[in-house]
Write a protein that binds this ligand. Structure first.
Ligand code: R5P
Length: 293
């Protein structure tokens, strides 16, 4: 098996290879002055099972094209199978046509990957609001893996929460909160979130008792930090002791961490699906386990 990392995820691919006990495969990628990419697969891939890791964050269009170019090249070079791994799956949120003529980008993306020659696909904690499962979007075998058990384990071993309650900041985060709560052997709940503008949300905490307890948020993405910040303020009002936030994908728009900390969150932890200052947990073991299976 050959594990290759695109320019978005070279380090992560190396960690996945290490988990699986392989040397990382070799790629050469350069950018031409006009912005185009030069790509060369240095490892011999003919007849091999190849895994390509490329998280589609920050410059999704660039990384996406590179992933498709790489996949098509691997097929051309005679790879036996090509497993695409995009831990952060850009374009996943537009999964329906809300207005006539709109692109349903998550479905288009699946078609692009398949057309390029991908034979199976993994992502991590992708939020498919209406389509629910990645297997409904892809025709090739596709799975949505989860980093929540590892984030929960990290919280248990490093944050030592006292009488914790794990909170999904909105209803859709319930499975993630449940998964972290299982690791912490704790109660979990969800808040109800109303998005007022793209950066402003209102939070209803429901009836959960928080006085003197540690609150641990679990969510897929922290982007502007607005959701966690508002939810944290609501926890403080209810007398929560310490507040922690766990997320799989630290998108972290400008000022997000400052905003969250100002709202009273003492630790924010994310994974390396997107490299960031809070990426303390690696998704490599989750990917390696899925690839091995
Ligand atoms: C929304 O449904 C997601 O699960 C996250 O809660 C959201 O993307 C977080 O965004 P922000 O940090 O900008 O509030």
């Amino acid at each position: 098996m050959i594990i290759l990392g695109g320019s978005a995820s070279g380090l992560l691919a190396d960690k996945v290879a290490k988990e699986l006990g392989y040397e990382p495969g070799r790629l050469e990628i350069k950018k031409f002055p006009d912005g185009e990419k030069y790509l060369r697969v240095v490892s011999e891939v003919r007849g091999e099972d190849v895994v390509v890791v490329q998280s589609l964050y920050r410059n999704p269009d660039e990384y996406l094209f590179e992933l498709m170019l790489l996949t098509d090249t691997l097929r051309d070079l005679g790879a036996r199978s090509i497993t695409g791994v995009a831990p952060y799956l850009a374009y996943a949120r537009q999964d329906a046509r809300f207005n006539p003529g709109e692109a349903v980008s998550s479905v288009s993306l699946a078609r692009f990957f398949e057309a390029a020659g991908m034979t199976s696909f993994f992502t991590v904690d992708t939020h498919l609001h209406r389509l629910e499962e990645v297997s409904k979007v892809f025709k090739i075998p596709a799975r949505n893996l989860s980093a929540m058990p590892l984030l929960g384990k990290y919280a248990l071993e490093n944050l030592h929460p006292k009488n914790p309650v794990v909170i999904g900041p909105d209803e859709e985060a319930e499975p993630w909160a449940a998964s972290v709560a299982k690791e912490l052997d704790a109660e979990h709940t969800v808040f109800h979130k109303k998005r007022v503008t793209s950066s402003k949300v209102e939070i209803d905490t429901g009836h959960i008792e928080l006085k003197g307890r540690d609150a641990v948020f679990a969510d897929d993405i922290i982007s502007t930090g607005g959701t966690i910040a508002e939810a944290a303020k609501a926890c403080k009002k209810k007398g929560a002791r310490r507040i922690f936030a766990l997320c799989t994908h630290p998108v972290l728009a400008e000022g997000a961490l400052k905003r969250i900390r100002a709202a009273g969150v003492s630790k924010v932890i994310g994974t390396d699906s997107i490299p960031s200052p809070i990426s303390k947990v690696s998704v490599a073991p989750v990917i390696a386990k899925a690839v091995r299976a």
